[in-house]
Design a protein. Structure first.
Ligand SMILES: C=C1C[C@]23C[C@H]1CC[C@H]2[C@@]12CCC[C@@](C)(C(=O)O1)[C@H]2[C@@H]3C(=O)O
Ligand SMILES: O=C(O)CCC(=O)C(=O)O
Ligand SMILES: [Fe+2]
Length: 357
């Protein structure tokens, strides 16, 4: 038997829940490299009632101006959101040795571990994650050898409901640009292969020097995020700076991802966002990362391009783009860009210069 605490086994898997002070490995030098602007009128992330007769227009406007919004009346049962949150809590409350049994392999996608983007930062993030692509069965069986069924059922039901909502959102987002689901046949005929990301942000002894999840855009078409009633999510808006996305009970947060940025030829820019931590509360979030079927070529929709608006991005599949993101992180989007914008300026939404830490 070893006598060292298991937090020493692997520096990347410190048990944050038991730390009384912030270790150097997690102390960020600067949390803000992007400018913040002071404004007398506080700018707030839109909240849209999906049963509003103008929902399509409101969604389109939110995608153009923010790339993030919250939705109410979204049709996902509240008790399913609660069950998912409870399942997440149960998972992260397991002892570290147990969680490590389902650790993500070095080049793998699924499993327990630090955020995939960690490799791009000199400091570690104050969070732990669990990624599920495909069935949760293999991992759940390692975590709870005799009682994995309940976890798997909640995950499956959650994915089912989120898929319905994602389709509805695609219909609204594209509809607002004059694009019909006929123009994007794959969106209704082929099944997508989504990912589910559970994030846990333990209470932090020194929140002002720690980062929960560093600034990034999602590689998805769109992401549906459920945050428990603890704030921490912030979105970046040009000209405004970082804005907190306040938790609203029962509401879900929708992010525009890089693939929708490409599909809309830049009309819907993907949103840069991050998660901050706090001193007293354990924060939990569940992200449903929705992309197209993995081998469908995604390129700017022909309805949105003409001589004056040439396609700005080359076509990519989701699986190729995930590889590009894993390699180039915040330069992934500009690496698939075809031509410079007509005004000659770098596209601010390509998130080229973001480096936090
Ligand atoms: C399907 C996806 C999308 C992934 C990779 C893979 C599984 C996990 C997703 C996330 C979730 C956390 C932020 C992010 C940036 C990360 O590090 O892992 C995401 C990434 C992406 O959107 O690129
Ligand atoms: O925890 C959050 O609020 C953000 C999570 C997130 O951005 C992600 O999982 O991609
Ligand atoms: Fe994200």
């Amino acid at each position: 038997m070893h006598t060292k605490p298991y937090t020493m086994i692997n520096q990347k898997h410190l048990d944050l829940n038991s730390m009384k002070e912030l270790p150097e490995s997690h102390a960020w030098l600067s949390l803000d490299e992007l400018p913040s602007y002071s404004s007398s009128t506080p700018d707030q992330v839109p909240v849209i009632n999906l049963k509003d007769p103008n929902a399509m227009e409101l969604v389109g406007h939110a995608c153009k101006t923010w790339g993030v919004f919250q939705v109410t009346n979204h049709g996902v049962p509240t008790n399913l959101l609660e069950q998912m949150e409870a399942a997440g809590r149960k998972l992260f409350a397991l002892p570290m040795q147990q969680k490590l049994k389902a650790a993500r392999s070095p080049n793998g996608v699924s499993g327990y571990g630090v955020a995939r983007i960690s490799a791009f930062f000199p400091k570690l993030m104050w969070s732990e994650g669990f990624t599920i692509v495909g069935s949760a069965y293999e991992h759940a069986r390692k975590l709870w050898p005799n009682r994995y069924n309940r976890f798997c059922c909640v995950i499956e039901e959650y994915k089912e409901e989120m898929n319905k909502l994602a389709q509805k959102l695609m219909f609204l987002m594209l509809g607002s640009l004059g694009v019909t689901m006929e123009d994007v046949k794959w969106a209704t005929t082929q099944r997508s292969c989504p990912a589910l990301q559970l994030n846990s942000y333990p209470a932090c002894p020194d929140p002002d020097r720690a980062m929960g999840l560093a600034a990034h855009t999602d590689s998805t078409l769109l992401t549906i995020l459920h945050q428990n009633n603890t704030s921490g999510l912030q979105a970046h808006k040009e000209g405004t700076g970082w804005v907190t996305v306040p938790p609203i009970p029962g509401a879900l947060v929708i992010n525009v991802g890089d693939l929708l940025h490409i599909l809309s030829n830049g009309l819907y820019p993907s949103v840069l966002h991050r998660a901050m931590v706090n001193r007293t509360q354990h924060r939990l979030s569940v992200a449903y990362l929705y992309g197209p079927p993995s081998n469908v070529q995604i390129s700017p929709l022909s309805k949105l391009t003409d001589q004056v608006h040439p396609p700005l991005y080359r076509s990519v599949t989701w699986s190729e783009y995930l590889g590009t993101k894993a390699k180039h992180f915040n330069k992934a989007l500009s690496s698939v860009r075809l031509c410079a914008p007509l005004n000659g300026f770098a596209d601010t939404n390509d998130h080229n210069g973001v480096r936090v830490g």
